[in-house]
Design a protein around this ligand. Structure first.
Ligand code: ASP
Ligand code: MG
Length: 308
């Protein structure tokens, strides 16, 4: 049950109010940066016959209307790929719903409903997207320090300057240095943000492209925050070949019928592309130096907790 008194305290909390004020400025800076470098903003898709499988394609929110079944967006990955037919560089402030496992309830990082800055670029390589991500991040941090000076002082948050190029660590190096639960440990040791690259094929979804020169590994990346804040974004180059997409789906144990519609579009040809999804609440959490993701948005929902 929702405890109304506690909920009202949450809605009126000064820390939440400051974080959301910072977030509004972050949104406007991100939008400004991306539009200046030639991106077209598109509106979010909330329901669709297909969505990102993410971990388990059968775990998802559904709505039925007019006798049709729609899925609630986990990510707009497929829509991003199709939107490249309309524009060569697109981005979206995209609301995502992911029914995370209950173990993630108190991670301080997971919400079942969140917004990501989701972008995709026609014919881009991972290298180009890494460069774009670094520039975006460094610029947004530089600007927010000035634009949200008062809020950040009240939150007692002191942000350094982050200069690209950021450090890179391969998935294998991270695993060797810190063991299977490496993300938190790696993040705590970092002095600045770092790219975690080259995930093994089984660690990611079927749409990230396999490296032609390194079988079993993907041309993909995560950006990891320093100070233990963990993952900032995920992305990579995309698989665009119809046969290879089907192989990758089967390898993941996905019933191809579930992606019939997507595969029909794929058979018409997909652009080669690359992109990423950058979590807005996590960025707000990092910029404000907060310990809990529920302080970064109104109506935050943790896995397994009934909430407004
Ligand atoms: N679809 C990915 C995610 O939402 C992001 C991306 O690869 O663009 O995690
Ligand atoms: Mg991710």
């Amino acid at each position: 049950m929702i405890e109304i008194d506690k909920y009202i305290d949450y809605l009126e909390s000064p820390e939440l109010r400051l974080a959301i004020k910072v977030q509004t400025k972050l949104i406007s800076l991100i939008r400004q940066f991306l539009i200046e470098v030639g991106f077209q903003e598109i509106l979010p898709v909330i329901i669709s016959p297909v969505t990102d499988p993410l971990t388990d394609y059968r775990v998802r929110g559904e709505v039925e209307c007019y006798g049709f079944k729609y899925q609630i967006t986990k990510s707009m990955i497929f829509h991003k790929q199709l939107a490249l037919r309309t524009f060569p560089k697109i981005f979206c402030f995209s609301p995502n719903v992911r029914i995370e496992t209950i173990e993630r309830q108190n991670s301080g990082k997971h919400l079942i409903e969140f917004v990501q800055v989701d972008l995709e670029v026609r014919e881009a390589t991972r290298e180009e997207i890494i460069e774009l991500g670094e520039k975006l991040f460094a610029w947004v941090i530089e600007k927010i320090k000035k634009q949200a000076l008062e809020e950040l002082q009240l939150l007692k948050r002191n942000l350094p300057e982050f200069k690209p190029p950021f450090k890179r660590v391969s998935y294998q190096q991270a695993l060797d240095s810190f063991g299977p639960d490496f993300e938190a440990k790696l993040s705590s040791e970092l002095q600045g943000p770092a790219w975690l690259i080259d995930f093994p094929i089984e660690e990611r979804e079927f749409y990230d492209r396999q490296n032609d020169n390194q079988s079993g590994f993907l041309v993909d990346m995560d950006l990891i925050y320093p100070e233990g804040f963990g993952e900032a974004l995920s992305g990579g180059e995309r698989e665009y070949n119809s046969e290879r997409i089907k192989e990758r789906m089967l390898r993941k144990g996905i019933d191809l019928k579930a992606y019939d519609l997507y595969l029909t579009f794929v058979s018409q040809g997909l652009f080669q592309s690359a992109g990423f999804g950058f979590g807005l609440e996590r960025l707000t959490k990092f910029v404000c130096g907060l310990n809990d993701i529920t302080k970064t948005r109104l109506f935050a929902k943790k896995p397994g907790i009934y909430s407004l």
